[in-house]
Design a protein. Sequence first.
Length: 95
Amino acid sequence: MDVENSIDEENKKIDEENKKIDEYNRKVDKYNEELQKICSEISPELVMSINGSYRRGVASSGDIDVLITGPPDKNEILRKTLIETLKSKGIVKEV
C-alpha cells in the first residue's frame, strides 16, 4: 500500500467517525430538547444539562449522562416528580 492510499483510508475512517459523532449528537440533541421541556414543565427552577461522552464528543455511548439541579428545599419532591414523569414517558426504564 502506498502513502496516498494509506492517507485515503485514514481520511475515510475519519469521515466515518465524524458521521457517527454527528448522528449520536442529533439523537442526544433530541433527548436534550425533550428533557429541557419536561424539566421546565415540572418547575422553572430545575436546571438540566447533558454531560459525559456527549460533551466530550465521543461517537457513541450506551447511556446519556444528565445533571439536574433545583432548589434544595424542593429537591426531593421535584426529583420524585421528574423520575415518575420520565418513567411514564418511557425515557427512563429504571432508577
